[in-house]
Design a protein around this ligand. Structure first.
Ligand SMILES: [Mg+2]
Length: 410
């Protein structure tokens, strides 16, 4: 293969159905059964295994509906500390292959593959397969790997043979690869942009790559031009291995309906808090202030800032603060259309100062205790050791057989 085929090389590694796979890895008895991971208060499904998806369960499906669709499925409370540990172990496997690795999210990352063929005396496909096998043998979860010449192409390639697949796209294969994909499969092109592009007869990713630059600029701005370069094999986006500390991190969405029920708003806020914690754990960040807001039917916003006792990424603490703030913001009888949680004061976990009252040490001790309990249970079976905090999902068909100590949202 010539240099012209690989002006640069980037791999994208993406875990398949990550939260559900983590649960299957620590509860081997669940293998072969659909798995749904629920939001706090068990309101809706936030992650599902491939067989649960095949039964029609989606992220956001209310739990009662999911139970009707798959009565034999396992419904589990999420455990972000544990997912974070698996994520960190996965990234340390990736760093064996190249020192330049970007943590993109809790379950996906980019690897700078430049020069590693010579180093390992292997092809990109062999290296991608080796990574896939290493993650499976050491962690019991599957990943899909895409290798190409730009970040965007690598990400699209990893999607191509999911789950547990490898797709390699050198320069000469780009056109064939893109011709098969719809414009909506380009990362960053959502449904409304895809509809806009379709109206201009840009339907496939290849048509996007060949479209007039000014037209793309007009339709979707500078981002469109950048994507066009990336799809044509010109790497514009580089890897960010030590990204600058973000000023804030927001998780927010319209609820898609108007509601005056506190329980509904609490469920959405709980979901946003979960996503925020997943991001914090993956990026090894702690937050010490949160901003919570509710959007009223009139689009007017009402918000409240809350300080946390200490910098944290504990789901229990963040959830507690969010629900306390909701109690102060929510007014009976008012109608709401959206809500959100914003982390406003962030710091790196590695730079955290131990606090005077030992609260952080307490969190850390809990974390270490849980790691130890997990390790013992992995070795001697699921109920070898347990804590008083043990709780199972209410009404869960799994029953006490799968009791497991979890760091739970209160
Ligand atoms: Mg994934």
């Amino acid at each position: 293969m010539s240099i012209a085929d690989w002006p640069s090389a980037i791999a994208h590694v993406d875990c398949d159905a990550f939260y559900a796979s983590c649960e299957a890895a620590r509860h081997p008895k669940l293998r072969g059964r659909p798995i749904c991971v629920l939001s706090n208060h068990n309101a809706m499904v936030i992650a599902k295994s491939y067989d649960a998806r095949a039964l029609g369960i989606r992220t956001g499906t209310p739990v009662w509906e999911a139970r009707r669709m798959a009565p034999h499925a396992a419904f589990l409370t999420p455990d972000f500390r544990y997912y974070g540990q698996i994520s960190q172990q996965m990234f340390s496997i990736l760093r064996r292959y190249s020192p330049v690795v970007e943590v993109y999210s809790i379950d996906e990352g980019f690897i700078d593959f430049n020069g590693i063929r010579q180093l390992w005396k292997k092809t990109y496909r062999e290296l991608a397969d080796e990574i896939r096998h290493a993650v499976w043998h050491e962690l019991g979860i599957t990943v899909s790997v895409g290798v190409s010449v730009s970040r965007t192409l690598a990400k699209m390639a990893s999607e191509h043979h999911k789950p547990n697949g490898v797709t390699v796209v050198p320069v000469q294969a780009i056109a064939t690869f893109l011709a098969e994909l719809g414009v909506g499969e380009i990362p960053g092109i959502g449904r409304s942009r895809a509809a806009l592009l379709c109206r201009k007869d840009i339907r496939t990713a290849l048509q996007f790559a060949r479209a007039d630059e000014r037209l793309l600029q007009r339709l979707i701005g500078r981002h469109g031009q950048m994507l066009r370069h990336e799809l044509n094999g010109r790497a514009i986006l580089t890897l960010e291995c030590e990204p600058p500390l973000p000023k804030s991190m927001a998780k927010t969405a319209s609820m898609g309906r108007i509601s005056e029920k506190r329980r509904v708003i609490a469920a959405y806020l709980g979901y946003h808090a979960l996503r925020l914690v997943a991001d914090l754990v993956a990026k090894q960040l702690l937050v010490s202030r949160l901003y919570l807001f509710l959007t009223l039917e009139s689009f007017e916003c009402r918000g409240l800032e809350v300080g946390l006792d200490l910098p944290t990424n504990s789901l229990k603490r963040i959830n507690g603060a969010v629900h306390h703030a909701l109690g102060r913001l929510f007014i009976e009888g008012e109608r709401y259309r959206g809500c959100g949680v914003v982390a406003t004061q962030l710091q790196r976990e590695a730079h955290a100062q131990p606090d005077l009252f030992g609260l952080m040490r307490e969190d850390l001790r809990q974390q270490q205790l849980m790691q130890a309990v997990n390790a013992i249970n992995r070795r001697f079976g699921e109920q070898a050791i347990s804590t008083a905090q043990v709780r199972t999902v209410k009404g869960c068909s799994v029953g006490p057989r799968f009791r497991y100590p979890l760091l739970l949202a209160s």
